[in-house]
Design a protein around this ligand. Sequence first.
Ligand code: SAH
Length: 400
Amino acid sequence: MPRQPVSLDLPTVKVSPRGASRLKTGHVWVYRSDVVSADAVAPGSLANVTDLRGKFLGTALYSSSSQIAIRMISSEPVADLAVLLRQRIADAIAYRESVVQDTDAYRVIFSEADFLPGLIVDRYNDILSLQILTQAMDADAVRETILQELSNSVHPASIVERVDPRVRELETLSPRSSGLLQGEKASTTFTMNGIHFRYDALEGQKTGAFLDQRENYAAAALYAKGEALDVFCYQGGFALHVASHCSQVTGVDSSRPSLEVAEQNTALNRSDGQPEIEWIEANAFDLLKDYSSSNRRYDTIVLDPPAFAKSKRDLDAALRGYKELNLRALKMLRPGGTLITCSCSYHVTQSNFLEMLADAALDARRTLRLIEVRGQAKDHPVLLNVPETAYLKCLMARVS
Ligand code: SAH
């Protein structure tokens, strides 16, 4: 096979044999320690990637400051970045059309998993929320292309940008605040699986919803019954979905602003025969300890804590945290009850999580039957050879 030509007008990043072999396994990142030379490669620019001997390995977006120095955007030469971006955005939208159902809120673009590293776009009904995570995606020309393409193909009422100051600092980008990029509408309601939610792009925690749980909410509703406890409930995603199947629902979170939105969401979904949902502001660890020692009992418990393992070093501590929560929940479930337990830590693998739960079941002297082993919703695609794109685990199990 003839060697592919490299685009002559792009700078070149040369990677070490370790970097090159990582790319050959299908991964799309090369760390700075595996970059041998990146002479005259401007921050955030498009670059040809070669091995030590100059063999072309693909085209990447370069960061001058992140530990992830290059993120591949194509295995081919790229003549025109704007054309490629438009195509990738169109492909991401088309993919959602084929896999997303029963919702007007979903992730439209999921960074590496949509071959657009450094860009995340979520849709909340008529508002698009954009996150820019790298120097390359922050370039003026790139921003303009993205906005134009999203605007022309999705026709949102407005587009907002959510800024994570820490990310901008790591990428040595100048500070910027969150705000409207296009249009004036900053709040809306969205509907998933028939349940309505409020979305405020510029107020509160600005985090939007946990769209990655959307399909798990619908599955949870299939198995939920009786008295339900939604621990780490945020704005009520699980609680609101299970309410019509339960006689009583309690949501617990330590964030008052989240519970205020949960309360508004309850009002949006009020219907005859639905139980009132009680929202409690508390530290989940303390509350579970109190409730289990006072012999409270439930038929359905949801555990969806924040990521406990931010890095590999935290794995053991994270597993201990998960085990404590799951152990207490298992002790409080009535025979025939259902545990829905989640982890969004990438560093906790599915097998770590299953093992933790098996351990907790032994300690709690309960027998668990797995009903479902689930992950993130399909609008958060998993790129098989990039393990970092798979992060959410959601186990549903019947307790006897
Ligand atoms: N289940 C939610 C998402 C949960 S995100 C949904 O589907 O929408 C994690 C939540 O845990 C956040 O709302 C955060 O406020 C809450 N949280 C973090 N630490 C907590 C603690 N120690 N006790 C109670 N809630 C906590």
